[in-house]
Design a protein around this ligand. Structure first.
Ligand SMILES: Nc1ncnc2c1ncn2[C@@H]1O[C@H](COP(=O)(O)OP(=O)(O)OP(=O)(O)O)[C@@H](O)[C@H]1O
Ligand SMILES: [Mg+2]
Length: 256
């Protein structure tokens, strides 16, 4: 897996420049954290990476191939490899579907994929879904429920199971724990950390919380007003030459 983002620039209007020449790369098994305050451009970046938002300048290269909206076959392959978890799983789970059907959506879209970690042979679709739910610590009893019958943390686990079902090589998480209370946040972060190791997956983890990012990621990128102002490895987080804005984020996190 290799992702190269080069000079990405995005404006929503003359006055709103959400991203300014953003460049970074993610390699195999690497986890990159992107932190910044509200409005710094984090979700815009996530949406562009997933092909859900257009951009004016710059390029995205995945495994050596430039990703452009018009190359449909390539885009399909890319979307299989790059999965996403959003802050609000309520909006991404179809309210009309029982949980087990939602979990299977990616596998239904990519019928050619047989995940290595799941026994599909002789299993019904629902049994496959239950295996996925169990993988994220949920029970078979959840399978027939509807999204509104689950807690926020449980829904986020369903989103994780769904995203991992087709063994993506890169998982993009946009504030996946922001709407959860602190103990549930930790459980979800631990789950992601485990899966990162198990699946040899690369992660882009977006958060305003530098502590959450530091827990999961080896490298941190700091976004401010659409620009990268700092980039460092986690062991250098307390270095004196960190950008003043990074230091402010660390201070804010430690007194919260
Ligand atoms: N669809 C849109 N139309 C116009 N402006 C937008 C749109 N989406 C985002 N913006 C603007 O782009 C900038 C970056 O927004 P973005 O959602 O990427 O920030 P963020 O870092 O994800 O913030 P938060 O932490 O609050 O989620 C903001 O100034 C925002 O108002
Ligand atoms: Mg956001």
């Amino acid at each position: 897996m290799s992702l190269i983002v080069d000079g990405l620039t995005k404006s929503y209007s003359k006055h709103v420049q959400a991203l300014k020449h953003v460049s970074f790369s993610v390699s195999e098994r690497e986890s990159i954290g992107i932190v910044g305050e509200s409005g710094s451009g984090k979700s815009t970046l996530a949406k562009i990476l997933l092909g859900l938002e257009t951009y004016k300048e710059g390029s995205i290269t995945f495994n050596g191939e430039p990703i452009a909206p018009k190359k449909r076959a390539l885009l399909r392959q890319y979307r299989k490899n790059v999965q996403m978890i959003f802050q609000d799983s309520t909006s991404t789970l179809n309210p009309k579907l029982p949980i087990w059907r939602s979990v299977l959506e990616p596998l239904d879209n990519y019928k050619e994929v047989t995940p290595s970690f799941i026994e599909v042979e002789g299993k019904s679709r629902k049994e496959v879904a239950v295996q996925l739910l169990e993988m994220v610590g949920l029970t078979s009893e959840m399978a027939d429920r509807y999204p509104w019958e689950l807690s926020g943390g449980q829904k986020q686990r369903v989103s994780i199971a769904r995203a991992l079902s087709i063994e993506p090589s890169l998982l993009v998480c946009d504030e996946p724990t922001a709407s959860l209370d602190v103990t549930v946040q930790m459980l979800i972060l631990n789950l992601l950390k485990d899966f990162k190791e198990t699946f040899n997956m690369s992660i882009i983890f977006i958060s305003h919380d530098i502590r959450a990012v530091a827990f999961l990621c080896e490298k941190i990128i700091v976004l401010k007003d659409g620009s990268i102002v700092d980039e460092f490895r986690i062991e250098d987080i307390y270095d004196n030459d960190r950008h003043p804005y990074t230091k402010a984020l660390i201070r804010a996190a430690s007194i919260e």
